[in-house]
Design a protein around this ligand. Structure first.
Ligand code: LRH
Ligand code: MN
Ligand code: MN
Length: 424
């Protein structure tokens, strides 16, 4: 389905007066309100193709109906999100869940929907039906060179798909590791993985990046071969200038100080991108900002400070992506919430008085430093984010419009109640 522009305009018209009342104090008082709004307009967050269906847990899956049945329909869903919020103008594909059959048609659809292709993701954590050798005991780390080669070849094929679509980066997440002490020689696993990554790196086009995504646990529960930011950083450094670390918020041991990790990686020029989600326990993949919004804000504070210090462009120089999906919400509503949570954290972080904060830090004024941060965090920036959406041609309240138009009902009408999207 396409979003009807008249309905969008009517929706905005009905909310406009109220919105303008809420925005007025901002444009009156905030000196750089225009700059903040423009940064929000420019900021795009890629949607993972695997989050468009209800994600299951290993205990079950409860599809909600109208899920996309093909890559084309996944793109249509992202197009819908983008039409509603004008901030979801990119899709990240996972191969082989989303192998493009007709590249020209896919590209045409993308340009109609105003989408670009973000990082492509390889998958060596599952065996595919037509696959010769198994990844049961790992892929790039495997003891058998033939398995490693198969995994390398797969990654190179993913790069090829990405090149055809206009992607500029490959994300490699490995489930490689071990479940029991004694199972794996850590040093061999590290060097085999490095060698395999080097073979993939050699196949990267000149203007591409490779993101090495780390994860502390799951599905291996004793050791993960790319288990933390330190090992990811090590692989990325040894690989070369086109390799970066990717931070998935759910991939840390409990209570890790992710904002500090971000600061250090940025400082070293090795932060490549993000998978946003939220969690209470592990890799819960919950809606961004639903559990720890303050942590998200603190991460954005470091991002802005670190990116500005390096002269990086907020919108383009890192890969921004959501990686969240679960059982109990409409996936599209969930993604609208996640995008908005990211924008709110970004906007709040843009409000921080950084000069004053630095002064307080230098003077060891701990109380003042905390006040400065929390002042920004406790500010309701929703009118600024809504204004950015409005200016970009989106809806003042995307979620309300989604419900008002019964988008899910329409998708069920088009696709059926019992559709299940490919993915986790
Ligand atoms: C692993 C992960 C990784 C995968 C995705 C499906 O937990 O975060 O990014 O590609 O989930
Ligand atoms: Mn991830
Ligand atoms: Mn994950």
């Amino acid at each position: 389905m396409n979003l009807n522009q008249n309905q969008l305009q009517n929706h905005n018209a009905s909310l406009l007066a109220r919105h303008q009342r809420k925005l007025a104090p901002w444009t009156g008082e905030l000196e750089n309100a225009e700059e903040v709004i423009q940064k929000l307009v420019d900021f795009q967050i890629a949607i993972p193709s695997w989050a468009l269906g209800t994600g299951g847990t290993r205990f079950g899956r409860f599809p909600g109906g109208g899920e996309p049945r093909s890559l084309e329909e996944k793109m249509d869903d992202v197009g819908l999100l983008h039409a509603l919020n004008r901030s979801s103008g990119a899709i990240s594909l996972h191969i082989p869940w989303d192998v493009p059959s007709d590249v020209a048609a896919i590209q045409q659809r993308a340009s109609q929907l105003g989408l670009r292709f973000d990082a492509v993701n390889s998958n060596t954590f599952q065996d595919q039906p037509d696959q010769a050798l198994s990844y049961k005991f790992g892929s790039l780390q495997h003891a058998d060179a033939a398995v490693r080669q198969q995994a390398i070849d797969h990654n190179i094929e993913v790069i090829r798909h990405g090149v055809a679509l206009g992607s500029k980066s490959l994300t490699v997440w490995l489930s490689d590791g071990s479940c029991f002490p004694g199972q794996l020689n850590f040093r061999k696993a590290f060097s085999r993985t490095l060698e395999s990554l080097q073979a993939i790196y050699a196949a990267l086009p000149e203007d591409w990046k490779v993101f090495v995504e780390y994860k502390a646990f799951e599905p291996n529960f004793y050791s993960m071969t790319v288990g933390d930011w330190g090992s990811s950083y090590l692989y990325a450094s040894k690989l070369g200038p086109k390799a970066y670390t990717l931070v998935d918020l759910g991939h840390h041991l409990p209570n890790a100080n992710i904002e500090q990790i971000v600061a250090i990686l940025l400082q070293e020029g090795k932060l490549g991108g993000f998978h946003f989600n939220d969690s209470k326990y592990g890799d819960d993949d919950l809606t961004v900002g639903s559990i720890r919004p303050y942590q998200l804000f603190l991460i954005f504070c470091e991002l802005i400070e670190g990116m500005d210090a390096r002269g990086m462009n907020h919108a383009d120089d890192l890969g921004w992506m959501i990686d969240a999906s679960h059982n109990v919400k409409d996936p599209l509503e969930d993604l609208l919430q996640s995008v908005e949570a990211i924008q709110l954290a970004y906007a709040q972080a843009l409000l921080v008085d950084r000069a004053a904060l630095e002064e307080a830090r230098e003077a060891n004024d701990v109380v003042r430093a905390q006040e400065i941060l929390q002042d920004a965090f406790r500010t309701d920036v929703r009118p600024l984010v809504a204004e950015a959406r409005l200016r970009a041609g989106g809806a003042l309240n995307p979620l309300a419009l989604f419900r008002q138009l019964d988008v899910r009902g329409q998708l069920i009408g088009e696709r059926g109640l019992k559709t299940v999207a490919t993915g986790l």
